[in-house]
Design a protein around this ligand. Structure first.
Ligand SMILES: [Zn+2]
Ligand SMILES: [Zn+2]
Length: 345
């Protein structure tokens, strides 16, 4: 009896070839009941550390959400390790299109309450009653019909640099906010419209689709594997690409180009640009879009104030930061009154 299906040697070789680099950037998630997340966390850390796996991994009672960089030569051992865990056997691995050997530089495995900070109270609805998963080809067909509302389930700074044509892109800071906004907008169409949703890798839609069904939407669809898997299928099956721009990703690459279109602007000079950066001033760290010219002129900072601060000796900067909480990291992604050309609400 075969206990688990392995990828064929050829499939594996193809994955490794695709990488082109020495390391593969990939992500996966799985909802599963984990009795002791701390024990599981340690198990992962010991095994992956040995394989020189890097990345950011969240483990909770409800499952695992992992974004990783795996040495190509250890990919087979890594895959075998996953297949040896019953709820991760043959889990879909979202392999990045653009590879960067430095996508992650540390291995961080953290135990959290939830694997996505979605602000939802899971006790109040049936999280297993999900939407219908569709592949890229079906998705392409679906989003052309008149009775469809296509919704981007990501945050404003993510959809700003890339999204599907005709998608509703809520201008919100949190996932929780977007859920309410969309429900409000569509309250009269819960039965006659098809609600089609997508996100980066599919994980956010898993809960969102169940939430909307709970809220009375009758026809709910979700893009299987998100934009990452969509882009892979489009390339592999030579489908029409309906995604414009870049897919924002949560590693050092920040974004993965899906089409040549540049749909956003430099937040400082307004010219077409879709490169996200963090303000060089450690006390600020604002995430915003900055072109190369502005980066040079502003010394990689978001404002004149920050430019002045980073010109100070490091010890003085540290002194200035004392006791001041760094709120930009959490609350102000892509938003600051100092940025002249930021996306308007
Ligand atoms: Zn600029
Ligand atoms: Zn700044």
């Amino acid at each position: 009896m075969q206990l688990y299906n392995k990828l064929s040697a050829k499939e594996r070789a193809a994955l490794i070839d695709e990488a082109g680099e020495d390391r593969l950037t990939l992500s996966f998630y799985q909802y599963a009941k984990i009795g002791n997340p701390h024990l599981f966390r340690n198990h992962l850390f010991i095994a992956w550390d040995e394989l020189a796996v890097l990345g950011r991994i969240y483990v909770a009672h409800e499952g695992i959400n992992a974004q990783l960089s795996v040495p190509a030569q250890n990919f087979e051992a890594f895959k075998n390790f996953l297949d040896g865990i019953y709820f991760l056997e043959n889990v879909r691995l979202n392999i990045a299109i653009e590879q960067d050997a430095k996508s992650f530089l540390k291995l961080k495995v953290k135990v959290r309450d939830k694997i996505v900070a979605d602000g939802l109270n899971d006790e109040t609805f049936d999280v297993t009653n999900k939407g219908i998963h569709v592949d890229a080809a079906t998705f392409n067909e679906l989003i052309e019909s008149d009775d469809v509302v296509l919704v981007d389930m990501r945050n404003h700074y993510e959809s700003e640099i890339g999204h599907f044509k005709n998608a509703v892109t809520p201008d919100v800071d949190t996932f929780r906010d977007s859920l309410d906004l969309i429900e409000e907008d569509l309250r009269d169409h819960k039965e006659d419209k098809k609600l089609v949703m997508y996100c980066t890798g599919g994980i956010r839609c898993e809960k969102a689709s169940a939430y909307y069904k709970h809220k009375g939407f009758k026809q709910v669809y979700q893009l299987e594997g998100g934009i990452i898997e969509y882009a892979r299928q489009v390339e592999q099956l030579k489908l029409e690409n309906k995604f414009k721009g870049k897919n924002f990703v949560f590693d050092h690459r920040r974004g993965e180009r899906i089409s040549e279109d540049i749909i956003s602007n430099c937040h400082q000079c307004g010219k077409p640009c879709d490169t996200h950066v963090n303000c060089e001033n450690e006390a600020c760290h604002l995430l915003f879009i900055q072109c190369e010219e502005c980066a040079e002129a502003m010394n990689h900072t978001c404002s004149d104030e920050c430019k002045e601060i980073i010109a100070l000796p490091y010890e003085v900067q540290k002194e200035l930061r004392k006791g001041i909480p760094n709120s930009n990291k959490i609350f102000k992604k892509g938003r600051s009154e100092k940025l002249k050309f930021q996306r308007k609400a």
